[in-house]
Design a protein around this ligand. Sequence first.
Ligand code: UFG
Length: 343
Amino acid sequence: MTSNKTVLISGGAGYIGSHTAVELINANYDVIIIDNLSNSELSAIDGIKKITGRQDLTFIQVDTCDYEALKKVFDNYQFDSVIHFAAFKAVGESVDEPLKYYMNNLMSFMNIIDLMKKYERPNVLFSSSATVYGESDDLPVTEESPRMPATSPYGNTKQMAEDILRDCANAYKGLHGIALRYFNPIGAHPSALIGELPRGVPNNLVPYITQTAAGIRECLNVFGGDYPTPDGSCLRDFIDIVDLARAHVATIDRMTQGKMEAPYEIFNIGTGRPVSVLELITTFEHVNNLNLPYRITDRRQGDIAALWADVTRANEVLGWKASRSLDQTLSAAWAWQKHLAQI
Ligand code: UFG
């Protein structure tokens, strides 16, 4: 096992982390998963093992904010790359508890970078978000589009972490950073063995849809029908979770193969195609052959009308492109919800 083919995944039991672990293993990488399980379950680790057949998968329960505990992982394992997912991600909660977000999301990332530097491990992939663009005037947004002032502490932690990575990669020779700006990740693994596990009432659209279809929620509220969009509902760039996970493989390939053109790079990860909330609902109903109770209500505070990606750079430079159809994605999302009902 060469360290060049080993990737440390922080937050690897989470939604994006677990799917990324599967795709890295499929691409012949070894992974070491660390997670404090604050917003994830051990069942995700079992799911990764079942999908990949890797019963010997290394999982360590550790909090990335705990510097000494994290240091032990660096002492005990060889790896050249880290993918840092571990973070809190609820926009509304971050407004109510900003310090919780700043401390957790930034401390954990600075610990990771500090140890990568000290142990001379070169590659840091940071899990960023399209939220850094805010309400953009030039759609679709490219990586050069200006970042707008963050509208929540959560969004601010993404912007600040990007800046920390940029500055460190520029300053410390041998350290390389790539930030992937995800648009709206949705769906689940086609095996229905891993997927999103929202705690409590979901904030995000697709988990709310699947829980409504399952009868857990009475009715989906579509937040706003009077936006300046073709059907009045918001437009988003919904990216399939497996496609998104594969973007990480392409990124790690780029880093480990020494192909980066600068110490710090940024890529938008989306489909490049805007889909409205109402179109998503209609597609979900159609592919899964069911009727979804929904009503159009007031706008949700803080939502922007439309945001989608220009993915030219990821397509051309990473050689990655989203390939799963919205039908496949929404069918997988529903299969996952049905799987959850059985366990
Ligand atoms: N929506 C509803 N009803 C719901 C939930 C959502 O109509 O019950 C609508 C929202 O108003 C929005 C769209 O569905 O128009 C998507 O909402 P999500 O909450 O699923 O996603 P957001 O676009 O608000 O935010 C997501 C992530 C953030 C990330 C952001 C980047 O949740 O973490 O994308 O743009 F920062």
